[in-house]
Design a protein around this ligand. Sequence first.
Ligand SMILES: NC(=O)N[C@@H](CC(=O)O)C(=O)O
Ligand SMILES: [Zn+2]
Ligand SMILES: [Zn+2]
Length: 428
Amino acid sequence: MYVVRGAKVLGGKAADLLIEGGVIREVGTIDAPKKARVVDADGLVALPGLVDLHTHLREPGREDAETVATGSAAAAAGGFTAVLAMANTNPVTDTAEAADHILDLGRRAGLVDVQPVGAVTKSLAGQELAELGLMARSRAQVRVFSDDGRCVHDARLMRRALEYVKAFDGVISQHSQDPRLADGQACCHEGEISGRLGLPGWPAVAEDVIVARDVMLARHTGSRVHVAHVSTAGSVEVIRWAKAQGIAVTAEVTPHHLMLTTDLVEGYDPTFKVNPPLRPDEHVEELRKALADGTIDAVATDHAPHARHDKEHAFAEAAFGMLGLEQALQVVNTVMVQPGLMSWEQAAQAMSVNPARIARLEGHGRPLAAGEPANLALVDPAASVTIDAADSQSLSRNNPWHGRTLTGAVHATFLRGRPTYLDGEVQQ
Ligand SMILES: NC(=O)N[C@@H](CC(=O)O)C(=O)O
Ligand SMILES: [Zn+2]
Ligand SMILES: [Zn+2]
């Protein structure tokens, strides 16, 4: 039994929360029962436990970069109570058995709810649909499907996938990148900087055209499409238009695309090599606006751990991807909440309520009210923290925030009433 003392619920009025038997029993002014452990939350903000729509946990296959257990620890330290584990593992999560295996590994780790994402196509090969129905009916009850890392670029296959998942209210999360417009060698945003550095780039329009095509397919099929890691102003325009038409499209943006810009590649540091690439300022500004006005529904980390021997190469050869789970909330606080672009209530929508709804995850993204599951994060909104990649719970060190000072810190995370992160420690 816990009493959280004096937390500002969603950044609003301070209240005490009584947590017992996995649920929030009471919110208000509470006399702590003798056997209760009191957590002093004076000055802290209480948010519903964060939900990440887009995490790469690397298990099975690349346990040298991350495991379900270490990724879960990073998630708990970042304030998350649920993560969706992307399917681009080895083997790929493209069967019911593979999905159930991920679910079980998550339960064994016990720090966050790990919900598998199913592949859209067998082996992510883009040729044949995977067992979407069987995955949906498995114990894991998969609802989100993605070939992330690759785009489902065949329009006919995308149409079939959308039609198929409609039956069980599933959603296709698309890695929007036209392979014909994105040169196989491309490693950064195509523009003035890539030209000057002599690095092959790919243009923003390679993303825009797939987003445009997919919203039209979603309209045609009446199914739900989700745009993973939106990175361009053009995508934002299309999504804004599509929502105005009532098309069932949702979108996520990563912390790094909200804060980092393409000029970082000038140092040739492969930490900043990511897909989609970091973009110029004008895109970043549009992404922030779109998140603030709800055109973009969610912040998702695209936490992409890579082992040293895959990442520490010349820029052109290094693996794509960067860590995200532990700093996501700090970045959103730093670039959105503190400057007044977003309230804590909106941050809770973007990082918990909306992702839980998009993924049809029960028990997450719920109000902090009596009778609800006690999934929550306590956040110090004013802390100033200089990030050290070596401090990470992740097995990998490709942390783009290393050496930067961010505002805010996760103080505690509770999963169904059990602290998973407290006093600066993951509670194994
Ligand atoms: N984001 C990345 O740069 N890499 C991701 C794949 C992906 O999200 O497309 C990965 O799996 O490493
Ligand atoms: Zn992707
Ligand atoms: Zn990804």
